[in-house]
Design a binder for this molecule. Structure first.
Ligand code: ADP
Length: 258
């Protein structure tokens, strides 16, 4: 599929419970191919849970999610959805990169080994091709000279840029970022946001949970605001950030922008 026609995420009536707690309450959202969507909301509003359902790190209890028409985590037979086997779920996840707050690199591997591991394990690339691609990705995240470094010796900002390169090594159609800068010292936040901004121009569909309003203003095509497991407001970044309609959005923005 050519760039910009792949990576359409369609979320339809998704609810998710933890015991009796409703973490997601009938969430529907369309994310256009190649677009950047920022999810905002107070702590505990379901942002991370929503992101995790998009690559089936969490099961959904109601509704469904599709990427380019494929059901995520399930296959459909007639009117029923059946959960996929682990192997098929892992195969689907190749299309959906996930960057965690806490980097999650393999500490016992070098930077290069971290990046080439998945494409080789999934038999997407030969070792030689994976290494060539890893060097290109390191260049892209501004860490060309770190290929042979141990990941645990790098700064948090560098580790997060490596984590992004590692996710990109599978050439995903969609990249999900779960508060990618909130574990970083303030002076390291900018270098990670710059890499994500660069990615935003590349045609990969991005969904980013973050509290960085400046980033949302500059980069997001759409801003989604969540409260209590529901999307209460959604629109262009201009509309949601400059002219919020919902009282909870106004309250939240007045606090974070204060
Ligand atoms: P956010 O990312 O907006 O902070 P989360 O998606 O992490 O919100 O959490 C939404 C709600 O679900 C919260 O009330 C949280 O306590 C609950 N929750 C999240 N993960 C779990 C879990 N693994 N087990 C039980 N409750 C959870």
């Amino acid at each position: 599929m050519p760039a910009n026609s792949a990576g359409h995420i369609s979320i339809t009536g998704v609810s998710k419970y933890y015991g009796r707690q409703k973490a997601l309450d009938n969430v529907s959202l369309e994310v256009k191919p190649g677009s950047v969507t920022v999810i905002l909301g107070p702590s505990g509003s379901g942002k991370s849970t929503l992101l995790r359902t998009i690559n089936h790190l969490e099961r959904v209890d109601e509704g469904f999610i599709q990427i380019d028409g494929d059901y995520i985590g399930y296959r459909r037979e007639g009117d029923r959805l059946y959960e996929l086997k682990e192997k098929a779920i892992l195969r689907q996840r190749v299309n959906v990169g996930y960057v965690f707050q806490s980097f999650n690199l393999f500490p016992h591997l070098t930077v290069l080994e971290n990046i080439i591991e998945a494409p080789i394990a999934h038999r997407l690339l030969s070792r030689k091709a994976a290494i060539a691609r890893a060097h290109k990705l390191l260049d892209r995240v501004g860490l060309r000279d770190k290929a042979d470094a141990w990941s645990r010796h790098l700064s948090g900002g560098q580790q997060q840029r490596i984590a992004i390169a590692r996710a990109l090594a599978l050439n995903p159609r969609v990249m999900l970022f779960d508060e990618p800068t909130s574990a970083l010292d303030p002076e390291l936040v900018g270098e990670v946001l710059d890499v994500i901004k660069d990615l935003a121009r590349s045609g990969t569909t991005l969904v980013v949970v973050t509290h960085e309003i400046g980033f949302a203003r500059e980069v997001a095509d759409r801003v989604v605001f969540m409260v209590d497991g529901r999307i209460v407001e959604e629109g262009s970044s201009e509309a949601v950030l400059n002219h919020p309609q919902h009282p909870r959005t106004r309250q939240f923005l007045s606090k974070v922008l204060a």
